[in-house]
Write a protein that binds this ligand. Structure first.
Ligand SMILES: NC(=O)c1ccc[n+]([C@@H]2O[C@H](COP(=O)([O-])OP(=O)(O)OC[C@H]3O[C@@H](n4cnc5c(N)ncnc54)[C@H](OP(=O)(O)O)[C@@H]3O)[C@@H](O)[C@H]2O)c1
Length: 378
């Protein structure tokens, strides 16, 4: 099984040129995800970073907040207020914590109702009632939820009119649902499905806590969230949405996700490992076909066949690596599929995927600004 690389993908479709680039504002400016958004936006040929909004760094130059970007662009962080924006943004990316993002988005939308919003927090990924049960507080802007499309960027529909807003999935959800999607598309998920997720320390953001602080994690490895993790509902919703769009005729799936997160001594990366007992009669060749069919023409997916993905191979990129093996000799005669997925949590699991979606919302090829050296017409 050889790797699929972007070279083998069809050429980019030309999109409308945007004079000077579409103005983009980013909320949560000093955070880890905002830093990746800024890094990608500064190299994006069709989007122009017009404002970086920050509660803690308003008035500070970009290079002071994110030193690796010093000297790249003369930009001063703005206060978190619509009045602080130098111009109407075409896109607003929110990289604020969950529970905080929704009220800020509501406020900015009042001032700029035509601005397209991409929220990277968990605030608009679930219906308001499920959100309340999952996060332990009521949703503060339930009326806005219906404006948001959601789901992993690999299965965006062909939009006639792009949505006003998009809620991108979390990093664990991206990796787990990319692994499960080909099985879900064929409605093969049945009974308990085990998912193991491993995260690096940037997955918890810039503010250290007892368990995320580097000396606590370095040279150690632990599981957490053993009685259920709050990302399970969005993993299930994402995975089920693939079955809903599938043309494969099989009965509905009855399955339960058992997700266990682990904390690894690395700074970046997510590694997901799912195991699912397949329906009778489904074997290794069927799984090969399902994986190939599901990810045909998907430029950010590298299929590795029966090889393990590596976190290091996707670090700093918007690629996901997926490996798998299905054996007929386990599970009492039924075949068991193991699917593995590695992504960078801050890029494919957050900022890169958000730009991938925004590209599509702006009518651009999804690869624009995300693959160095990739040629496209604007
Ligand atoms: N880290 C990941 O791997 C990852 C992956 C997928 C999705 N996400 C989601 O992306 C969002 C940002 O994550 P992150 O890792 O960048 O977190 P982070 O490093 O903690 O950054 C969040 C930023 O939001 C601002 N902020 C924090 N608390 C606030 C409050 N109470 N009110 C207003 N602003 C506040 C701060 O920026 P300013 O002081 O500059 O305003 C802070 O730096 C979160 O919703 C997270 O769940 C993260």
């Amino acid at each position: 099984m050889t790797r699929k690389t972007p070279k083998e993908m069809p050429p980019a479709k030309p999109a409308a040129a945007v004079a000077g680039g579409l103005p983009v504002a980013v909320l949560g400016g000093s955070g880890y995800v905002a830093r990746e958004l800024v890094r990608i936006l500064l190299g994006h040929p069709a989007f122009r970073l017009s404002a970086l909004l920050s509660r803690s760094a308003a008035g500070k130059p970009l290079g002071e907040v994110h030193p690796e970007l010093a000297g790249v662009r003369d930009l001063t962080c703005s206060a978190v207020s619509p009045e602080a924006l130098p111009e109407k943004p075409a896109f607003l990316f929110s990289a604020l914590p969950h529970g905080v993002s929704m009220s800020h988005i509501a406020k900015f939308w009042e001032a700029f109702p035509e601005t397209k919003v991409v929220d990277l927090s968990a605030d608009f990924r679930l219906p308001p009632d499920t959100y309340g049960k999952t996060y332990g507080h009521a949703h503060e802007a339930p009326a806005l939820c219906e404006r948001f499309a959601w789901g992993t960027a690999e299965w965006l529909p062909e939009w006639k009119h792009s949505p006003a807003a998009y809620a991108t999935p979390g990093c664990f959800t991206t990796a787990v649902s990319l692994a499960l999607a080909p099985l879900s598309a064929r409605r093969w998920l049945d009974g308990d499905v085990a998912a193991f997720g491993v995260t690096g320390s940037t997955g918890s953001g810039a503010s250290p806590s007892q368990t995320t602080h580097h000396p606590e994690r370095a040279e150690s490895f632990r599981a957490y969230g053993l009685s259920g993790h709050r990302h399970e509902p969005e993993m299930v919703r994402n995975t089920e949405s693939v079955a809903g769009r599938s043309s494969h005729a099989r009965p509905s799936q009855r399955w339960h996700l058992r997700f266990t997160p682990h904390s690894a001594p690395m700074t970046r990366g997510i590694f997901a490992h799912i195991q699912a007992v397949l329906p009778e009669g489904v074997g290794p060749k069927d799984v090969d076909e399902a994986m190939e069919e599901s990810y045909k023409g998907k430029p950010f997916i590298r299929l590795l066949g029966a090889h393990s993905p590596e976190v290091r191979s996707v670090t700093g990129t918007n690629f996901a690596e997926i490996g798998w093996a299905a054996s007929a000799s386990e599970g009492g005669g039924r075949s068991v599929a193991r699917v593995l997925c590695a992504i960078d949590n801050l890029v494919k699991g957050a900022a890169g995927q958000a730009i991938q979606v925004a590209n599509r919302m702006a009518g651009l090829d999804e690869r624009v600004g995300l693959i160095p050296g990739f040629e496209y017409d604007l």
